[in-house]
Design a protein around this ligand. Structure first.
Ligand code: NAD
Length: 294
């Protein structure tokens, strides 16, 4: 069993750490927020006084932080002080450039590193069924895979440094665009006098079928456990969708890719967030579109 330092014990980090403990690992955790540390302690995490203190005897360091600037700042503090040859796994969703910089920083100090963002939300983090999208050298990935397993439903090695982040933002760009498409179809159906269930029954078994419709339907009824049935309580908050769409558009600009639908989705989610909906599930964009319809 492995001693793991876990930095960033928020909505995702805490349940992920709990699954590592259930698998028999020792987890030494740190977060800036006292409430998060209290939850972690209840899960069996050994709470440490700082990120550097959490490194004590740790062969693996996992970070689950809000954005690239947090990851680079924490890596700057801990990479020079980590155990020789330790493996750094960053599970945060961050921009590809920062992910590559984090790899360089770790490798400069003789550490192995992978970027391993996740899909599956807090439900998947709790159930231990997250999809991990990993980027990094083969050797680092082989070492990371058994560590990720207790938190994972699926682990995909996407390529070299930063490839996990690239896969994550491409996937979430599809998700943002497809959710708007499905929501638009329901708003149009309402205007045409078509029931939600009738559209669902047709589209879910026709060429309009997609995850945003069949697993996460943005109107209440057809998919009983979708956030639409719980007053759009997240789930996956609109603020996080906007973050990922912005990352996709920054990456597209940097790489010279044309992504007009991604750009439009980013704009619509920016407007939705600006109306105070950052904490609402991203499928709530349906209400925004409905509100703008005549
Ligand atoms: P969160 O805000 O709940 O947790 C982030 C934690 O990092 C916070 O508790 C914060 O206090 C801590 N933190 C920030 N700076 C720190 C530092 N310097 N040292 C120690 N701790 C620090 O966010 P979350 O929902 O857990 O998401 C974490 C990451 O996972 C984000 O990058 C997010 O985009 C990604 N993600 C989230 C979801 C989701 O559904 N919540 C799904 C997939 C991916």
């Amino acid at each position: 069993m492995t001693t793991i330092a876990f930095i960033g014990l928020g909505n995702m980090g805490n349940p992920m750490a709990a699954n590592l403990i259930k698998a028999g690992h020792t987890v030494q955790g740190f977060d800036l927020v006292a409430e998060s540390l209290a939850v972690a302690r209840d899960h069996g995490v050994t709470v440490m006084a700082s990120a550097v203190a959490a490194l004590k005897d740790a062969d693996v360091v996992i970070t689950m932080l809000p954005a690239g600037k947090h990851v680079l700042s924490v890596y700057g503090d801990i990479a020079p002080k980590a155990k020789t040859g330790a493996l750094f796994i960053d599970c945060s969703t961050i921009d590809v450039d920062s992910a590559k910089k984090a790899h360089t920083l770790a490798q400069k100090h003789g550490l192995q590193s992978i970027d391993a963002p996740v899909s599956g939300g807090t439900g998947g983090a709790t159930a231990g069924t997250l999809t991990f999208m990993a980027g990094g050298a083969d050797e680092a990935f082989a070492r990371a895979e058994p560590i990720l397993k207790p938190m994972a439903g699926r682990i995909v090695h996407c390529g070299g440094d930063g490839a996990g982040q690239a896969a994550k933002i491409c996937n979430n760009m599809i998700l943002g665009i497809s959710m708007i498409g499905v929501a638009e179809a329901f708003v149009l159906a309402e205007k045409l006098g078509l029931s939600h269930q009738a559209l669902f029954d047709v589209a879910s078994t026709s060429s309009g079928q997609c995850w945003s419709l069949t697993s996460y339907c943005p109107v209440p009824g057809p998919v009983p456990n979708s956030p639409a049935n719980k007053d759009y309580k997240p789930g996956f908050a609109a603020a996080l969708m906007l973050k990922d769409l912005k990352l996709s558009q920054e990456a597209a600009q940097g790489a010279g890719a044309v992504t007009p639908m991604g750009a439009e989705a980013a704009q619509l989610y920016a407007l939705f967030n600006a109306q105070g909906n950052g904490g609402v599930d991203f499928s709530g964009i349906l209400n925004f579109l409905r509100g703008r319809s005549a």
